[in-house]
Design a protein around this ligand. Structure first.
Ligand code: HEC
Ligand code: HEC
Length: 209
């Protein structure tokens, strides 16, 4: 199982730059470019990031890229070369490099434009991509504490749903230094969907019961 590495932070930065470039290319993209971009995506990225960019266990969602750029407040102008650089170099230990004989600069532009059209994915997918590695597929807790059953636990903690929901965006975006990665790119709607998903999860029974 992939373990959390500090590289996640550089991944977020890379994502920022990548998504910025996508915005630029989207402005000029023609329908046939988006189709070509989808093909590039399916052939090179979907195996890890999911057929609809929804992410996968420990692999970030790329769907919702437009909202991520907005959330991060990325200046869109100097992003193109950085995007190409990220895919050319890959993310050591986590993501393969894509040299020019596999993806041309034009391919990357179309890929970016396509990704920029993908709507955000659902709360359960966001959970699997960004949280399940440490909190368990059923939120039963592994490296991090269990998150399932929060709706039943909240009254015992003296918290209302509204109070927990109000604290949640800050926790998710900032993480917990040294313990839990930051996800500054997630848009308000994604964080709400993630919270509602967790709130809906019943408690996980203790083993042997
Ligand atoms: C072998 C699996 C694999 C493939 C194939 C792959 N990636 Fe990734 N990608 C990852 C992993 C794992 C990460 C998380 C790295 C980290 O957190 O440091 C990642 C991170 C990213 C990020 C940063 C996102 C963030 O929020 O941190 C972007 C953007 C990205 N990939 C785009 C792509 C694109 C575009 C393609 C296809 C050209 C692709 N990836 C192909 C595994 C893959
Ligand atoms: C790299 C592992 C890791 C990932 C990924 C991770 N967490 Fe955590 N999380 C932890 C650990 C470890 C703790 C306990 C920290 C402590 O004891 O101070 C924690 C604590 C929490 C808490 C309790 C915070 C508190 O104040 O007590 C919540 C809620 C939470 N995580 C939600 C999430 C959500 C939502 C995601 C996905 C967006 C996520 N975590 C991703 C490791 C992780």
């Amino acid at each position: 199982m992939k373990r959390f590495r500090p590289a996640k932070l550089s991944g977020v930065l890379a994502f920022t730059l990548l998504a910025g470039a996508f915005a630029l290319s989207t402005a000029r993209a023609q329908p046939q470019d988006l189709e070509a971009g989808q093909e590039v995506y399916q052939g090179n990225c979907a195996v890890c990031h999911g057929s609809e960019g929804q992410g996968n266990l420990g692999i970030p969602n790329l769907a919702g890229a437009a909202g991520h750029v907005k959330q991060l407040g990325v200046p869109l102008d100097q992003a193109g070369p950085a995007m190409v650089k990220m895919l050319r170099e890959g993310i050591p230990g986590n993501m393969p490099a894509f040299p020019p004989d596999i993806l041309s600069d034009a391919d990357i532009g179309k890929l970016g434009a396509y990704l920029f059209t993908l709507a955000p994915t659902s709360g359960d997918n966001l959970y699997v991509a960004n949280c399940a590695l440490c909190h368990g597929l059923s939120a039963e807790g592994t490296v991090g504490p269990p998150l399932a059953g929060v709706a039943e636990l909240a009254p015992q903690m003296g918290m209302t749903k509204e109070q927990l929901a109000a604290d949640f965006p800050n926790l998710v975006r900032k993480g917990i230094p040294g313990k839990m990665p930051a996800n500054p790119q997630l848009a308000d709607g994604e964080i709400t969907d993630l919270f509602e998903y967790l709130w809906s999860l019943p408690p996980v029974p203790a083993p042997g019961r």
